[in-house]
Design a protein around this ligand. Structure first.
Ligand SMILES: [Zn+2]
Length: 56
């Protein structure tokens, strides 16, 4: 997903939500979303794309 602040947030299913939560905590204190809301914002991308981002 792309955060409204412009930061791209990517991760596998089991790491995506913690990744988003960390970004929110670090960059948007006061904004709390539950898992369902995060997944609603998220758009699926291919695993290859995620790996490319992770390898950075
Ligand atoms: Zn953000």
């Amino acid at each position: 997903m792309t955060c409204p602040c412009g930061q791209a947030l990517v991760g596998f299913d089991d790491t995506f939500i913690p990744t988003v939560r960390k970004h929110l905590t670090d960059n948007h204190p006061g904004h709390e979303y539950d898992d369902d809301q995060i997944l609603m914002f998220a758009s699926s991308v291919s695993d290859d794309y995620v790996r490319q981002q992770a390898d950075g």
